[in-house]
Design a protein around this ligand. Structure first.
Ligand code: ZN
Ligand code: ZN
Length: 228
């Protein structure tokens, strides 16, 4: 069905209007990749995004790794914005996520025994958008890496402001107590958290704390983009 529709109404690149795809090859290659992976706590460079041993010791329940693909800037920011506010444009996000998985495949390929858990958006935001963009990304990760995706594992119990719209101290307060899970979902499980944008990492850190407190064995994170 999609193929027939594509033949009659061929998709156009949202940036340059060339025909064939919602993001053409040229515009995809124009998306800025992050230059190096960083530690989730201190934000400094770290090999493959592993949390530095001294950072791990300084705070309980941190994710042990965060992998990001793109910088949250330019065309990537446009794609994520468009996919959030125009419900049909989530196809754009799918294209970007597939490309990101290809780029970051080496860093993610050994996580097959992990469960993919998208960071849930608030009920209010879900109502305006009609879909959770992190679930779109998680589904692509799950399909590409043959991992189980379980949306219900994390529940958002507090509506928060968008993290990228507030400063660093506010972000930590903003997300505290945001999530809930159940012991029977996570006990002894390895979990890969998925988000579209990571800013200071405080959303991932709070979600990780919730999961470890309920007995998760290991928590790592993947964000499609990182705000530098
Ligand atoms: Zn283009
Ligand atoms: Zn560190």
């Amino acid at each position: 069905m999609d193929n027939i529709i594509n033949k009659i109404f061929p998709p156009k690149c949202i940036f340059c209007s060339s025909i064939g795809s919602l993001i053409c090859e040229n515009c995809l290659s124009d998306c800025d990749l992050i230059k190096y992976q960083r530690c989730i706590l201190c934000g400094k460079e770290s090999t493959d995004g592993y949390t530095h041993p001294h950072c791990l010791r300084s705070k309980d329940n941190l994710p042990i790794q965060i992998i990001s693909t793109y910088e949250y800037s330019g065309k990537v920011r446009e794609c994520i914005r468009k996919s959030k506010y125009y419900s049909r444009q989530f196809m754009v996000l799918k294209i970007l996520a597939r490309e990101a998985l290809e780029i970051s495949y080496e860093l993610l390929k050994d996580l097959k025994d992990f469960i993919c858990v998208p960071i849930p958006i608030s009920i209010n935001r879900y109502k305006t958008r009609g879909f959770n963009q992190t679930l779109v990304i998680a589904s692509i990760v799950g399909r590409t890496l043959k991992m189980n995706v379980k949306e219900y594992i994390l529940k958002r119990i507090k509506d928060t402001k968008a993290q990228h719209s507030i400063n660093k101290e506010e972000r930590v307060k903003n997300v505290a107590g945001s999530f809930q899970t159940k012991k029977e979902y996570v006990l002894g499980k390895k979990i890969l958290l998925i988000d579209d944008i990571s800013t200071t990492g405080s959303t991932f850190i709070e979600a990780s704390r919730t999961l470890y407190n309920a007995g998760a064995k290991e928590v790592r994170c993947f964000s499609l983009s990182k705000k530098i």
